[in-house]
Write a protein that binds this ligand. Structure first.
Ligand SMILES: Cc1cc2nc3c(=O)[nH]c(=O)nc-3n(C[C@H](O)[C@H](O)[C@H](O)COP(=O)(O)O)c2cc1C
Length: 502
């Protein structure tokens, strides 16, 4: 191991900071534009042509043995005879990711075993449930949509009577849709289904024709939906000016927020300017998700190679990243393995989201053996405002003390392989480093000697990450009074108007 060069360490520190700031700025800008595009995609047309007309109202039937389908047909005829044009739709032939464009949706749905929908409605029901519970999908996703649900079931099933219809109603409301009237509850076993359905349908027609919601709020008609669209565009701009969606967010979040979770739709849209889905192409998304281990292997030497470790288990990685590939977990593990073979500094980057991935210390720790990274950088997720595309709240943002506790527990679990080396309290960030490489005679060498790195690359000879390390300044070392803030820089503290105990 060569001796560390302290002469260039200060320059290296500044370079590191500069690089970090530039990257952060780029991604903040990218993120803010992307969020704006996602939220405005519901209303704007590509190439700035006039906005597309609102989609035709939909009447979904979710049926197994035909009862709900028959009722839906009857409702369709009634709507048509009242000059209300609808498409009658089997959800098997519908892409739920188009739901955010809908302005009026009716659902007639039956309930089957264990309160579940029949097969034709399973995908739509799951999509709504997942979206409603996903903090990255905003509670305004369906804000342009008015809806009503009629359930077909049997009271004989007790608690699960019409569970599917109630669930649809609950999920749609959770995503911001406005319910036109209360869920209709049809009971096929002696509940006078036809009368109940006809009564509900009549009320629905009154609401639709009257233009009023049951709760007195003004309801839907075509010109309204256009008015809503243009208002929303204005809101969107205001939002950006007011900084509502312009907050900082981590690079890792970008991949997870890709507009489609189905590779089919992303690929179709790639380069075709067909609307809102071209923003993140499969290639960008896949590379943001670090799902190309072969590419990692082929990389030329870089000073520091990061792999995002967004979750520690297969299930949580699927929930957080919404991966593009079916073999996402194998690709992820393979990406970690590829790090092991690298000669340069390697880093696992963990972004903690409270309530999502902060619990599983054991599972994270077991990932260390796979990639054997030089460093583990642990950062709290950054709040960027709630919006149509994110329902991350301050509740999900860990305090620096949470990040510290998590990091210390992880270090302890490594049984001496890693220790907490540095912290950056003002960015809620902690660095674990490999003790046998980067702690020399009790002193940390986590900084980078860039000149040395370039000399080593130019030499063409093999080298290792500790050949270009530099001493960590005292203010950056874990536990320092400065908490990682360079005393050579000026600090501006934001004035806070709320009480905080932290
Ligand atoms: C095996 C079975 C399980 C059922 N489970 C429920 C249930 O949990 N809750 C409910 O309200 N109705 C339940 N039902 C009643 C059905 O919803 C009812 O038969 C309905 O007419 C089916 O409508 P469809 O033909 O449109 O699918 C069940 C029916 C069967 C045959």
């Amino acid at each position: 191991m060569s001796s560390p060069s302290s002469s260039s360490s200060s320059a290296a520190a500044h370079l590191t900071l500069l690089a970090l700031l530039s990257a952060t700025t780029f991604y903040c800008f990218y993120k803010s534009r992307r969020l704006k595009k996602l939220s405005s995609s519901q209303t704007l047309h590509p190439l700035n042509l006039s906005p597309p007309p609102p989609p035709k109202p939909k009447l979904f039937f979710i049926s197994h043995t035909g009862t709900s389908k028959t009722l839906a047909h009857r409702l369709f005829d009634l709507l048509t005879s009242n000059d209300l044009a609808f498409d009658l739709v089997d959800p098997n032939h519908y892409e739920p990711e188009d739901l955010h464009r809908e302005t009026l949706v009716l659902i007639v749905a039956s309930t089957w075993e264990h309160g579940k929908p029949p097969p034709s409605g399973g995908f739509l029901a799951n999509w709504l449930a997942e979206s409603a519970e996903d903090f990255r999908v905003g509670s305004l996703l369906l804000s342009k949509c008015r809806f009503a649900v009629f359930g077909v079931g049997s009271k004989a099933y007790g608690e699960t009577f019409n569970a599917v219809a109630r669930e649809f109603s609950k999920r749609m409301r959770a995503l911001g849709a406005a319910e036109l009237l209360a869920v209709g509850e049809g009971d096929v076993d002696g509940g006078e289904l036809d009368e109940v359905f006809d009564g509900w349908s009549k009320k629905l027609i009154e609401v639709l024709k009257g233009g009023f919601l049951e709760n007195g709020v003004r309801g839907w008609n075509e010109s309204d939906s256009e008015m809503i669209s243009s208002d929303d565009d204005d809101d969107d701009d205001d939002g950006e000016e007011n900084g509502e969606e312009s907050g900082i967010v981590d690079l890792e979040d970008i991949a997870g927020k890709a507009p489609s979770r189905k590779s089919k739709t992303v690929i179709q849209s790639n380069g075709k300017l067909n609307g809102e889905k071209e923003m993140v192409t499969p290639v960008i998304r896949a590379s943001l998700e670090k799902q190309f281990p072969d590419k990692i292997r082929m990389l030329k030497p870089v000073t520091q190679l990061y792999v995002s470790v967004d979750a520690a288990t297969k299930d949580s990685l699927k929930a957080i990243d919404r991966p593009l590939f079916g073999d996402f977990w194998e690709r992820f593990v393979d990406s970690l393995k590829a790090l092991r073979e690298k000669q340069q500094r390697t880093v696992y980057r963990l972004t903690l989201v409270k309530g999502w991935n902060t619990e599983d210390i054991d599972a994270y720790s077991s990932l260390f053996a796979i990639g054997n990274p030089d460093f583990v950088e642990i950062k709290g997720v950054t709040y960027c405002g709630s919006s149509a595309t994110s329902k991350l709240t301050m509740e999900n943002v860990p305090w620096h003390s949470d990040v510290k506790a998590f990091s210390e527990a992880l270090a302890q679990k490594s049984e001496g392989d890693y220790e907490v080396a540095c912290e950056h309290a003002h960015s809620c960030c902690i660095l674990l480093a490999k003790v046998d490489k980067f702690k020399v005679n009790g002193q940390w060498f986590t900084w980078i000697d860039y000149e040395k790195f370039h000399d080593l690359v130019a030499s063409g000879k093999p080298f290792d990450s500790n050949d270009y390390m530099a001493a960590s300044p005292s203010w950056a070392v874990y536990g320092a009074e400065e908490g990682g803030f360079d005393p050579g820089q000026s600090r501006y503290r934001k004035e806070r108007h709320h009480k905080s105990s932290h």
